[in-house]
Design a protein around this ligand. Sequence first.
Ligand code: B12
Ligand code: SF4
Length: 480
Amino acid sequence: MGKIGINKEICKKNYWIKMKILLLNSLSNKEDFPPNPPLNLLYLASSLRDKHDVWILDLDALKYDSNQVKNRLIKENPDVIGITCTTLSYNNMVKTCHIIKQHLKKTILVIGGVHVTVKPKESLKETKADYAIVGEGEISFSKLLENPKKHPKIIEGKKRIDLDDKVFPSRDILEPSIFSYVGNAPRFTNNQTVMMWSRGCPFNCLFCSHAVYKGQKTIFRSPTNIIEELKELKRIGIKELFVYDDELIGLGEKQSAWLEQVCKLIVKNKLDDLIFKCQGRCSDTINLNLLKLMKRAGFKCIMWGCESGSDNVLKAIRKGTSVEQIKRAIRLCKQAGIKAWMFLIVGNYTETENDLKKTIQLVKETKPNYVQVTYSTPYPGEYLDLCEKENLILENDKSKWNTHIPVVKTQHLTEEQLVFYRNKILKTHIRYRPKRYFVEQILQEKNIFFDYLRIANYYYNNYGFVFTFKKIFSYITGIK
Ligand code: B12
Ligand code: SF4
């Protein structure tokens, strides 16, 4: 850690105790390729560092084993540890918390994040942590440290209503360095990172496990505030950005007007040499002019949450979109010159074989540039309760719930059928995707091609030839 200095220095003027705080991201799965920088911890650090000494250790990116975790934590001996996880990395968070409780008896342990928000009591009990913060953490974590003894063990996180009020994410105190994160595909350049322009999604899709921001009014950062961060990122050498908002486009007219302003400012400030990617919702608010403006501002790819090609399914999962709207969004996106990435889910609640045939038809007709098919995964919340009640769970070990294996069946589909149809959708995409796909990819997007080579090399070095061969085979053919 090194950069963190004085321990428990009493700041006489302001009457707070300066503490040494370590923020940790939990290890997910050793097999997963290096993740993106943990924005949640980068934001938390920004809200704490004006009063305390803060450092962030991304255990997922560092791929530390339990011994390395133990030795590092004992060496740092912080006053406070804040740790985050998703459902997938929850078991590893519990293990890390036990190490902390066993070896760092005086350290205050605080847990938070999307999984803890849904299951605060259970998480607190299993981790033996001192506090759990539910929901957004910046304001409440800082407040907690003013006088920990005054607070209950489960704290309702205060919502941020002004996203311009804090400094930008603390990318400078992250270990490993933000430049060591390769980011997720599609990747068009070498120096990629992530940022957020707004928070909150007013919709309430059944499968969406986004406990912290789902069903909430969207709060936007001001366009000028976003531009300031972009200038800073460009200055330090970042070339590509994944704008991680749940849905940057398609939430409504207000969002479209705001996005238009942001894009115009990007162009005006000559930041359009940066490359942007984002996620979108296929609604009627999608229009060609806005997409063209996004293209002009540097957007190269939009990942559309399409989920299914069947209106019955879209209704059952409360997506609030229709197959017609999906087709229109993909068509306009491609027409504007932006690559369309279709996110699809197999095993949706109530899904039948006929519904999946319609999804195949959707892929055939719309010919998106990329398709990702994941298995419906009921992370804790309403959807999990429903699946448990209807006896649909196939796999109980949630540390395997990475969306790439079937963990629930539907009332009408078996596990085998889910695997069969996932492969069939991927094969359909490979057959119908825009022509000259590989040639175009190698010539125009050589970084993506090199990404695949690098990933293959990573697999080969870590897991050997057979594993690497199987991965490549399954990627090309869509067969597991
Ligand atoms: C970026 C992202 C990723 C990145 C990872 C980035 C990273 N290094 O963590 C990538 C692409 C790698 C990824 C992968 C996955 N993701 Co993801 N991802 C997101 C996304 C879009 C943004 C997360 C983010 O940065 N938010 C911004 C910050 C500011 O918000 P926040 O994370 O909620 O943090 C706030 C609070 O939760 C709280 N807080 C968080 N941690 C802590 C800790 C403490 C101590 C305290 C006090 C407070 C606190 O304070 C923060 C600031 O207010 C979210 C959706 C979303 N919009 O949040 C999904 C989301 C987190 N991902 C999800 C899923 C399912 C996955 C995958 C399983 C998908 C897959 N097929 O691979 C994997 C699992 C990865 C893993 N390691 O576990 C689900 C999680 C559901 C769940 N119950 O676990 C989400 C909610 C998406 C969804 N709508 O369902 N993901
Ligand atoms: S629109 Fe997207 S972010 Fe919003 S609830 Fe649905 S899936 Fe979640």
